[in-house]
Design a protein around this ligand. Structure first.
Ligand code: PMP
Length: 368
């Protein structure tokens, strides 16, 4: 994407002098050879209002610009490439995963573009819209009863067993497959470092599988010799914050959150190796998260899902803690498209007791 933009500017400059042939040749250098090459290299967007308010550079990695619309495209590509490299997946093979959301969509795109079949298990509490979307992207979808992880009928275990029953099939196991974390060590982390020319002072994000937080943290800590501070941001109901604040105990906390795709009850294998590198953690309330959905839309023109705006609130809090002049980076995981019928619905906001969290001047966006 950046390649194309750089070319476009230089092409305009060259336009008078260069022949059409030369321009065509240069343009080919900006072509992604297939969908998977279009994953990553997302822009880092300065959140202007929040940066001005805090006196810091608060920057969001625009992961909603990936082909499948989320940060999970990176993990999807890496778990599939890893299975190929390890000889677990040959031409025409099948990928099986347990997922209710973005990972499935990312995998569907990657599998279609590489000629694999995709089987998805998900809890039957998920919306018909998600099931329909995965099916039209070519996946075979099995909604199964929503039971806890320790029950053998849980969707993750069913996905694993399905893969075991087939030849040339792999269960990609996003939570504990560290190829997920590697996606962020090899791509997201280096991109953030280069895009900020090494000036990044802090990074913060929430975790689902932990791949993004662990991978980016590992890379930034290594390249900066430990200088970059890295923070976990947790939604209510997740137990990870308690792990950091209690010095290593996973205290079961009740509570729930409107955010989707984040919050965790255990230290996944993706988090395990990097958990000691994390400098601190915070819980962000749903009130702050939903207010930021509306603020980002109004002030920045950014139409973001709730995990993204939880990250923005966390980045703002980190910026305030560090003080003026620092550069803080976070992740804009996906857009609001899949959540619009809730996030911008008066009835839903009332049900969740979040209507009062929307400032009066932003109520004009409650249109559903
Ligand atoms: N935000 C959204 C919307 C997601 O779907 C996910 C992944 N479940 C995340 C954030 C968290 O990313 P990770 O799995 O890398 O921790």
């Amino acid at each position: 994407r950046h390649g194309i933009r750089t070319f476009a500017t230089s092409a305009l400059r060259m336009a008078d002098a260069a022949s059409p042939h030369l321009i065509a040749v240069s343009k080919a250098q900006g072509v992604a050879r297939g969908l998977t090459e279009a994953i990553g290299n997302t822009p880092l967007i300065r959140l202007n209002k929040i940066s001005d308010e805090t006196g810091c550079e608060v920057l969001g990695k625009a992961e909603f610009m990936n082909p499948g619309g989320s940060v999970k495209d990176r993990a999807a590509l890496f778990v599939v490439k890893d299975a190929e490299e390890r000889g677990l997946l040959q031409a025409g093979g099948t990928v099986v995963e347990g997922t209710a959301g973005n990972t499935g969509i990312g995998l569907a795109h990657v599998c279609r573009s590489r000629g694999y079949k995709l089987v998805i298990y998900m809890p039957d509490t998920q919306s018909q819209g998600k099931i329909d979307l995965l099916r039209l992207l070519g996946a075979e979808v099995y909604p199964v009863p929503a039971v806890a992880f320790d029950n053998p009928q849980n969707y993750n275990h069913q996905a694993k067993r399905h893969a075991e029953r087939l030849d040339n099939a792999v269960w990609t196991n996003q939570f504990d497959n560290i190829a997920n974390r590697r996606a962020h060590i090899e791509t997201t982390g280096p991109e953030i470092w280069h895009q900020t020319a090494g000036t990044v002072d802090a990074f913060t994000c929430a975790t689902g599988t932990g791949g993004t937080l662990a991978g980016v943290t590992r890379y930034l800590k290594t390249v900066s010799d430990g200088r970059v501070k890295c923070f976990l941001a947790d939604p209510p109901g997740s137990v990870l914050h308690s792990y950091f604040s209690s010095g290593g105990k996973l205290i079961d906390r009740s509570g729930s959150s409107i955010t989707e795709g984040i919050g965790q009850g255990r230290i996944t294998d993706n988090l395990k190796q990097d958990v000691d590198l994390i400098d601190g953690s915070m819980t962000i309330s749903d009130e702050k998260t939903i207010e930021m959905v509306y603020r980002c839309l109004d002030e920045e023109g950014l139409y973001l899902g709730a995990s993204s705006t939880l990250n923005v609130v966390a980045a703002k809090e980190v910026a305030e803690k560090l003080g003026k002049g620092h550069t803080v980076v976070t992740v804009l995981c996906d857009g609001a498209y899949r959540y619009a019928d809730r996030l911008f619905s008066r009835k839903w906001l009332e049900q969740k007791k979040l209507l009062s969290a929307i400032p009066k001047r932003l109520e004009k966006y409650i249109v559903l």
